[in-house]
Design a protein. Structure first.
Length: 356
């Protein structure tokens, strides 16, 4: 018997009052079912918000950029009711000042540089998500050089790019060396100087130049990292400003942005090939991108972004102790002109809510 027939029989047997009572009950059950059924509509953000993101370099497949590309291409930002204006600083470094002027909302910077700028200039930067659980720098040597550890840097020609990093000083100290024990040469950004043996040690971005040296320039190389010798190092962060965080609408925008990019981060870890497909849409077309190299960048950064800490707490996670240890190294070797209040330079509350 159909539900309509059963309902008609109730009216005939028990009268109108019972039927009306049944109608009310059915209405309540329907409302409850609607409320407890598909929650996607109720969970979806209301008004669409706009946010401006600026990557701190040219478009490429490093993980903080890929998380944004994937979130846009896969519709994760749209799911959050967020429209993101994706920009890049290129080679200008303008993102560091534009975020202070409020012209962009969120950007990227290596954790060490973020701490240095905040301590030395008072810029109210606040890190809200960490990608590299290890630093981005390494030191490449030709395998034919006979260099087997940083202890062998003594008496050699050692390159640096503009400045000698505090982490490099600390790595030397772990081997009872200083830069006075070697010939330091400012080499710029051309790895050919290593191939031509103008230097014996060349500083590299781990996710970039090792592939250029080994695959494009056909060199057998080894790369040393300060983190392998007990030196605290960290990679790139997403950062905002203290002023940005004082506005509730901005905090809502940031929550949505981080929720979408955490999702994109996890997507990229699970399927890096699909992440590269999304990324390719944002790369320059002339010259055509080297997708093998782009995949090397992403794979290297994913490996450095995962650790026991992130496996226990979620991607992007960081601790005050990590930033404190890095700040101590920076201060000990003169990169920080003033001590820094690390607690005010980081805010993990957004990640805590997301991963909870």
């Amino acid at each position: 018997m159909s539900a309509l027939a059963r309902f008609s029989n109730i009216f005939r047997r028990r009268g109108v009052r019972a039927g009306l009572l049944l109608l009310v009950c059915l209405g309540l059950i329907g409302a409850l079912a609607a409320a407890c059924g598909d929650s996607s509509d109720s969970d979806r953000p209301g008004d669409t918000l706009q946010m401006t993101y600026m990557g701190g370099f040219v478009p490429q497949s490093n993980l903080p950029f890929v998380a944004v590309y994937v979130a846009e291409d896969q519709g994760f930002f749209a799911d959050e009711g967020l429209e993101v204006d994706i920009q890049h600083a290129g080679f200008t470094g303008s993102h560091k000042s534009l975020i202070l002027a409020g012209e962009i909302d969120i950007t990227t910077l290596p954790a060490s540089e973020m701490l240095e700028v905040r301590a030395n200039s008072g810029a109210p930067y606040v890190a809200v998500m960490l990608f590299g659980q290890r630093g981005d720098f390494g030191y490449a040597v030709l395998n034919s050089s006979g260099i087997e550890s940083p202890a062998d840097f003594a008496g050699r020609n050692v390159g640096y790019k503009g400045i000698v990093q505090s982490e490099f000083h600390a790595m030397l100290a772990a081997h009872n060396l200083t830069t006075a024990d070697m010939n330091m040469i400012d080499v710029g950004f051309n790895p050919v100087v290593l191939v031509e043996q103008q230097v014996d040690v060349y500083p590299v971005f781990l996710s970039n130049e090792p592939d250029t040296l080994s695959r494009n320039l056909n060199q057998d190389i080894s790369v040393f990292e300060a983190a392998d010798y007990g030196v605290p190092t960290l990679g790139v962060v997403y950062l905002v400003t203290e002023e940005f965080l004082q506005d509730e609408t901005n905090r809502e925008k940031l929550t949505r942005f981080l929720r979408a990019t955490v999702r994109a981060f996890e997507f990229s870890v699970d399927d890096p090939a699909a992440a590269i497909e999304s990324t390719e849409k944002f790369l320059a077309e002339d010259p055509p991108p080297d997708l093998v190299h782009e995949r090397f960048i992403l794979d290297t950064e994913i490996a450095n972004a995962l650790s026991d800490l992130t496996r226990a707490n979620g991607v992007g996670w960081f601790t005050q102790q990590q930033f404190r240890a890095l700040a101590d190294v920076l201060f000990d070797y003169g990169a920080l002109e003033n001590p820094i209040d690390v607690e005010s330079a980081i805010d993990r509350s957004f990640l805590e809510d997301i991963h909870r």
